[in-house]
Ligand binder design. Structure first.
Ligand code: HEM
Ligand code: HEM
Length: 250
């Protein structure tokens, strides 16, 4: 028989802990998954995106600010654009920080940036997860990081989606910042590529709706999985720890 390591000491029973609870405690049922920079980025990015969507929507469909006061005594649209650009700068810096963390952080910090599309096993789990989300599987699997379907959504809607919004947004900004400015030097080429400003506005606007769709599905899935899966979800993005609800290894 192989020598198994002695089990970790278990704290003395407290409160209403049963023998079953103590057996559970002996197994490692909580794993530190999302490091602080990932969590910080998640919530800063979520807040910036909400501000960008609300203000961006108003930029596309301006409120009737003339009814609020005479133009000389109000600055409503100016504040809306200011909030949009301030949140855009926060999102830009935060995204670069997040990319840096993909290099220096743990393996889960890299999940959002690549898809193992040549792995058969990964694809089978994508379809398994899809069936689970559609209530066609009786029990979900356990995942330490993102499940493969979530990973796919995050890759397309966030990694690609945020990059798209940054590039199109800064190209729009370049128009106001004028020729020779930093935004113009970095992104001005895009205006030439799409040929006119209206087309760039439309692309940027459509990008917003794809992020809105992601947000709705993402928040539904995070709360649903918090309730129905075999592991914690929302608290994992707050504390960083993933706890599992059962000790089974299958
Ligand atoms: C605008 C709103 C939001 C956006 C754009 C967003 C985006 C993201 C992204 C990109 C990730 C991957 C994180 C990474 O790997 O670095 C993620 C994960 C996660 N988000 Fe959000 N999020 C938003 C709001 C929320 C809200 C409101 C909740 C809670 C109800 C939430 C719960 C989670 C959870 C639990 C994970 C981890 C999922 C897992 O463990 O697989 N998110 N989110
Ligand atoms: C999730 C991210 C973002 C969302 C959802 C978003 C949304 C929007 C929307 C809906 C519009 C109106 C487009 C129209 O119909 O004409 C807009 C305009 C604009 N956005 Fe964004 N945006 C985002 C990120 C950015 C970024 C990173 C920048 C970079 C500075 C940016 C700069 C601009 C500019 C310059 C305009 C045009 C303002 C004007 O014409 O007065 N946006 N945005």
């Amino acid at each position: 028989m192989t020598d198994l390591p002695a089990p970790d000491p278990v704290p003395a029973p407290t409160g209403d802990a049963t023998a079953h609870d103590l057996r559970s405690l002996r197994k490692q049922s909580s794993i530190y998954v999302y490091e602080a920079p990932v969590r910080l980025w998640h919530w800063i990015n979520a807040l910036a995106i909400v501000i960008l969507i609300v203000t961006g929507y108003f930029i596309g469909s301006p409120p009737p600010s003339m009814q609020i006061a005479e133009p000389v005594s109000q600055f409503v649209f100016g504040y809306i654009r200011f909030a949009h650009f301030a949140a855009a700068q926060v999102m830009t810096v935060a995204f670069f920080g997040r990319i840096y963390w993909a290099f220096v952080g743990n393996s889960h910090a890299r999940q959002m940036f690549w898809l193992p599309i040549f792995s058969r096993h990964w694809w089978s789990e994508v379809f398994f997860e899809l069936r689970w989300y559609l209530f066609l599987e009786p029990e979900p699997k356990k995942y330490v990081g993102h499940n493969p379907l979530a990973q796919m959504a995050m890759f397309f809607f966030m990694t690609i989606g945020i990059t798209f919004m940054l590039v199109t947004g800064w190209a729009l900004y370049a128009e106001g910042a004028q020729k020779g400015s930093l935004p113009d030097l970095a992104f001005g080429w895009l205006l030439g590529l799409v040929q006119n400003s209206q087309r760039l506005h439309t692309l940027h606007h459509l990008g917003m709706w794809s992020i809105v769709v992601f947000m709705i599905v993402h928040i539904y899935a995070a709360i649903r999985e918090d309730i129905m899966s075999r592991q914690t979800m929302v608290s994992t993005m707050i504390s960083g720890h993933r706890s599992f609800r059962d000790d089974r290894t299958d």
